[in-house]
Write a protein that binds this ligand. Structure first.
Ligand code: FES
Ligand code: FES
Length: 155
């Protein structure tokens, strides 16, 4: 049975009505129009649907909307703006990372949370942090360059 929830997304409150078990991803995309988080596997395995909840990367395809409560949700669109992009967004452009770009949301949202807590990561730490994000186009080396570039910009 549907229930009413208030979700704070990118700083704005939204009233939504959904079954409590509905994945947060579906509510973000289908009800609220936040389409940066993508549906990839739907099983919590690829990362395409990642958002931040109270600053932590969360796979929204397996997070019920009823679990969010008063926590703050941030999507890729809330990470930076065209006028003031997040360093990772700038680095992705400078390193020309994307191919099909379907996976980008997962990589940037996961890396953004990692870089916030790890100011000068080495290659191994970056690889470990991003080990469970998938890209079928094989952009991994470009991603590594972009994350290192962003770390330098943020350092
Ligand atoms: S779509 Fe959520 S982890 Fe793959
Ligand atoms: S750029 Fe195509 S899946 Fe990563």
């Amino acid at each position: 049975m549907s229930q009413k929830f208030t979700l704070n997304v990118n700083g704005a409150d939204h009233a939504v009505e959904a079954d409590p078990d509905t994945p947060l991803l579906y509510v973000l995309r289908d009800d609220l129009g936040y389409n940066n988080p993508h549906f990839g596997c739907g099983l919590g395995q690829c990362g395409a649907c990642t958002v931040h909840i109270d600053g932590k990367p969360v796979r929204s395809c397996v997070r019920p909307v009823s679990d969010v409560g008063n926590q703050k949700v941030v999507t890729l669109a809330g990470l930076g703006t065209p006028a003031k992009p997040h360093p990772l967004q700038t680095a992705y452009v400078q390193e020309q990372v994307p191919q099909c770009a379907y996976c980008i949301n997962g990589w940037i949202m996961t890396a953004a949370a990692f870089l916030r807590d790890n100011k000068k990561p080495n290659d191994e730490q970056i690889r470990d942090a991003l080990a469970n994000v998938k890209c079928r186009c094989g952009t991994h080396m470009a991603i590594l360059r972009a994350v290192k570039r962003a770390a330098t910009m943020m350092g």
